[in-house]
Design a protein around this ligand. Sequence first.
Ligand code: ZN
Length: 107
Amino acid sequence: MSSKTKTTATKEEAKPALVPKLRFPEFHEAGDCGFCGTCKAHVVRALQRAGHKVLFCGDGTSDRHGAEAADAVFAREGGSLVRWCAERSIPHTVFRSFDEVMDRFPA
Ligand SMILES: [Zn+2]
């Protein structure tokens, strides 16, 4: 005879488990968005506090907060960051390749 026991989930047990929101407090500081796992704005602000002007290159959703915090923004053509910056009046330069960006800053 099998030792397995057939169980039937109750209605309450059949509900999907609630997944706790992941937090990465060691990567956040006061004023961070609290949304990104590692917010690029955090990195931008750290560089600015160290006295740097920060030029930010990006293309998508994960670049939004970094673009908001940066001193200048390059947004890749065709990426959602272009529209996002435009909708928020964040000055930005549209680029196609990193070579194009680097050509603006000769060594
Ligand atoms: Zn963020």
